[in-house]
Design a protein around this ligand. Structure first.
Ligand SMILES: Cc1ncc(COP(=O)(O)O)c(C=O)c1O
Length: 362
């Protein structure tokens, strides 16, 4: 283990790439010799403006974001997006269709119901969200203002194996727990949002990527901060943004670029997840409740079938530097979140521990 660091399997905030942390540390009190820390810097300074512009450009490069999409770095997490999306996108019929694939999708729909006519088009709740429903274009209301999905379901360990075809209806996706782990065709989406604290940066910044023609429809009573137009027109600096988190995000984008971009990151993520799922499927003790084709590369959920044994597993893992292996408090069991920054070494150490635990607890 480098630097006595644990392998942190938390669902978020989670591990950041060590080279980024070290570079940030080296520049912490005096950023690139300018005499100030990024933590102290004015968001209107030329140094910070350069950090912000470079972060946006690097994100555009690694995600192939077309010119007709705006990139915004906001605050309020994924949770504020649950409200901002309906407040800005319910612009014609006032109707939106949601697919419910977990607790976050449910929360997004619940929030949207405060603002319009929300229809749940499909849900896998009857099976504890263990799969992703198949939804066809005909399932959506023709006059829906948008369709909302949660691409990766952090708590239940599922991920869409397909992008729903919504025809001309803008598709909105919460990519909080999978952004930058796979190539996505941005043109298939009207709006993408992602809280940064899993694959991108410390908590406190949220990425929004939005097709320009959808901007500018917030009603007059929408608070200024919650109108995307305000942020789009002011390059994410209408008010004081989370400068430090944006800076770290920019360093992570550069890091991803340096290792071969999102496709190289994805290959590594596939290799890590495959190793772990293959071991779980071959073991007598652990099972993964998720349908095979819908399994997440980022959040690997498993159980022993005995809640006390699960607790023992989590405690013994923690004692040897494998942190936060507990499942979400709402479902229990175990969850290993193996985001982009989790090294292969961490997955190997987890599998070794799982084997030993299995042998000792037959
Ligand atoms: C998929 C997804 N959406 C939204 C959220 C909520 O994010 P935040 O805590 O940034 O508001 C989370 C948090 O884990 C998440 O996993």
């Amino acid at each position: 283990m480098s630097h006595n660091r644990a392998f942190n399997f938390s669902a978020g905030p989670s591990m950041l790439p060590l080279p980024v942390i070290e570079d940030v540390a080296a520049n912490l009190s005096n950023y690139q010799g300018c005499g100030e820390s990024v933590m102290e810097m004015s968001h209107r300074s030329k140094e910070f403006k350069a950090i912000l512009a470079e972060a946006e450009q690097n994100l555009r490069d690694i995600m192939n974001i077309p010119d007709n999409y705006k990139v915004m770095f906001l605050q309020g997490g994924g949770t504020l997006q649950f409200a901002m999306v309906p407040m800005n996108l319910l612009r014609k019929s006032g109707k939106a269709d949601y697919i419910i694939t977990g607790s976050w999708a449910k929360k997004a729909a619940k929030e949207a119901k405060k603002f319009g006519d929300i229809k749940i088009v499909a849900s896998s709740e009857e099976s504890t969200f263990s799969y992703i429903p198949e939804v066809k274009k005909e399932d959506f209301r023709e006059d829906a203002d948008y369709v909302h999905i949660t691409l990766n379901n952090t708590i239940y360990g599922t991920h869409y194996p397909y992008i729903p075809d919504t025809g001309d209806i803008p598709l909105v996706a919460d990519m909080s727990s999978c952004i930058l782990s796979e190539e996505v065709d941005v043109t298939k989406f009207g709006l993408i949002y992602a809280g940064a604290q899993k694959n991108v940066a410390p908590a406190g910044v949220t990425i929004v990527i939005m097709r320009e023609d959808l901007i500018g429809f917030a009603k007059d009573n929408v608070p200024t901060y919650l109108d995307y137009k305000v942020h789009a027109e002011n390059d994410s600096a209408y008010n004081t943004p989370n400068c430090f988190a944006i800076y770290v995000a920019g360093e992570v984008f550069k890091h991803i670029k340096s290792i071969g971009g999102v496709p190289a990151m994805h290959d590594l993520d596939v290799e890590k997840a495959k190793k772990l799922y293959d071991y779980i499927d071959s073991s007598q003790l652990y099972t993964c409740p998720v349908r095979e084709q819908d399994r997440s590369l980022m959040n690997v959920v498993f159980v022993t079938g005995d809640a006390d044994l699960d607790k023992k597993f989590v405690a013994e893992g923690k004692a040897i530097g494998l942190h936060n292996l507990n499942g979400h408090r709402s479902i229990g069991g175990m969850r290993a979140s193996i985001y982009n920054a989790m090294p292969m070494e961490g997955v190997d150490a987890l599998i070794d521990f799982m084997k030993k635990f299995e042998a000792e607890n037959k």
